[in-house]
Design a protein around this ligand. Structure first.
Ligand code: FES
Length: 65
């Protein structure tokens, strides 16, 4: 599914950018161009970033009893 229409970038390419180290909308844009046009896809890219990083983020939380 295309996330960024301006640059025809699908969600799979954005996930690939994240897997290669992109950690922000700006870094995704630097890696594949997504989000560097009209900007209307930024919220969707943010959701993909949050979803992709969620397991790592949860792993950094302190354990509770
Ligand atoms: S839809 Fe992504 S920059 Fe326009």
């Amino acid at each position: 599914m295309y996330v960024c229409i301006c640059h025809a970038v699908p969600d799979t390419e954005i996930r690939s950018c994240i897997a290669r180290g992109a950690r922000s909308v700006e870094e995704v844009g630097d890696a594949c161009g997504a989000g560097t046009g009209c900007g209307s896809c930024h919220d969707h890219i943010d959701v993909i970033l949050a979803t992709a990083n969620a397991p790592a983020d949860l792993a950094t939380l302190p354990a509770t009893a």
